[in-house]
Design a protein around this ligand. Structure first.
Ligand SMILES: NC(=O)c1ccc[n+]([C@@H]2O[C@H](COP(=O)([O-])OP(=O)(O)OC[C@H]3O[C@@H](n4cnc5c(N)ncnc54)[C@H](O)[C@@H]3O)[C@@H](O)[C@H]2O)c1
Length: 350
């Protein structure tokens, strides 16, 4: 089994889809889009696709609140209604919500049909669409239901982010920061030199980030070890994201991760791993880009309850990915609840 999906860039990608279609002769091609990607991205994709197969479009509403099993059921029913058989091909055009859910739907439908991801947000390009993690949320529990399933290919065309709102760019940029912090000090310095996130600066960063993610995933596809480092910032970040989702005031994935990286860097210092100087450098840079989240002490127990459910935990112990230094992460570190609370308090006090 190939441990990572092929990734093609820009217009070369559409050619590769056409080659795939020619070789595999799908019985039907179904495009999964949301309202925004239908408008901004689908026309560009479909204009390049060459096929005589029947095509269909399924449009869903955008947003994390639609990444759930109820929508999956509707998608499976629609695929059935379209008489999609096992030689059908699903092409997911969208952000992480759509590629996570589309991959899951494809992988479960008739025990698995081929799918291709065309990520259209920065976050999906550098992270969500590659590496084979698919799934949906269960209530407020993020990505609780899912599996590992590789798309046949991923097409990364940075042009799509030209229509992306700036807050979405910033959300995806958090994963780029994470890649520097966990794996490459030189890359971190390049990132930290950017005082403003402009789309024209992003193409090179997208490629470097994808290379880092590919390298990690190819060593540990099912996340029994090294791949856990990609969760830096996510133990806190996911819990905070879930908490705000439950309270109907969702924050963006990247905002949760940005906050998570500050708090987990603090914990790294307290565990005598990271130097205080590097922590200050990380905190200062992330705080210069992201708004402070409105966390209060009275939320701590609820946030911790979400952390108890984190997929990395073993025997009810909350396991963290921490930084030994910028560019080097360590994983499976148990952290006591008191220290987590202290770190959250330090974040609030700024
Ligand atoms: N599978 C993984 O490894 C992995 C990794 C990280 C994150 N994720 C998941 O990714 C999800 C977040 O993904 P996201 O940040 O891409 O959010 P998203 O999919 O919700 O997209 C954000 C918004 O941008 C819109 N949009 C998408 N492309 C656009 C374009 N080109 N122009 C204009 N608007 C566009 C969407 O319609 C949506 O409103 C979360 O559910 C998270 O759990 C998965």
């Amino acid at each position: 089994m190939n441990l990572i999906n092929p990734i093609y860039y820009g217009k070369e990608g559409i050619k590769e889809i056409n080659n795939f279609i020619q070789e595999n002769k799908p019985s039907k091609i179904v495009f999964l889009v949301d309202e925004n990607t239908h408008k901004y991205c689908y026309p560009q994709v479909i204009s390049g696709i060459e096929t005589t197969a029947e095509t269909e479009i399924i449009e869903i509403k955008p947003g994390e609140e639609n990444k759930n099993l109820y929508i999956c059921i509707q998608l499976w029913e629609t695929l059935t209604h379209f008489k999609t058989d096992r030689k059908g091909l699903l092409i997911n055009i969208g952000g992480g919500v759509l590629t996570d859910m589309g991959g899951f739907v494809a992988n479960c439908y008739k025990r698995g049909i081929n799918f291709i991801n065309i990520p259209t947000t920065l976050l999906a390009m550098v992270d969500a669409s590659i590496g084979g993690k698919t799934g949906v949320d269960l209530g407020s529990h993020k990505n609780q239901i899912g599996n590992f399933a590789l798309p046949r290919m991923v097409i990364v065309d940075p042009e799509f982010i030209l229509t992306l709102p700036q807050e979405q760019i910033l959300s995806g940029f958090a994963e780029i920061i994470k890649h520097g912090l966990i794996a490459d000090e030189v890359y971190w310095k390049e990132i930290a030199a950017l005082k403003e996130i402009k789309t024209e600066n992003l193409e090179k960063l997208i490629r470097t980030s994808i290379e880092i993610k590919k390298e990690v995933v190819s060593q540990d596809f099912t996340e029994t070890g090294l791949r856990k480092i990609l969760n830096f910032g996510h133990t806190i970040g996911h819990a905070v994201e879930s908490f705000f989702l439950e309270n109907k005031t969702p924050v963006m994935h990247g905002e949760g991760v940005a906050m998570g990286m500050i708090v987990e860097s603090y914990i790294s210092v307290r565990k005598e791993l990271l130097s205080r100087q590097e922590y200050e450098e990380i905190k200062e840079y992330i705080s210069s880009l992201y708004p402070k989240l409105a966390i209060k002490e009275e939320y701590f127990d609820n946030i911790l309850a979400f952390m108890q459910n984190d997929k990395k935990n073993v025997n009810n112990e909350i396991k963290f990915v921490l930084l030994e230094k910028i560019g080097k992460a360590v994983y499976d570190i148990s952290v006591e609840e008191e220290l987590i609370k202290e770190a959250l308090r330090t974040y609030i006090e700024g």
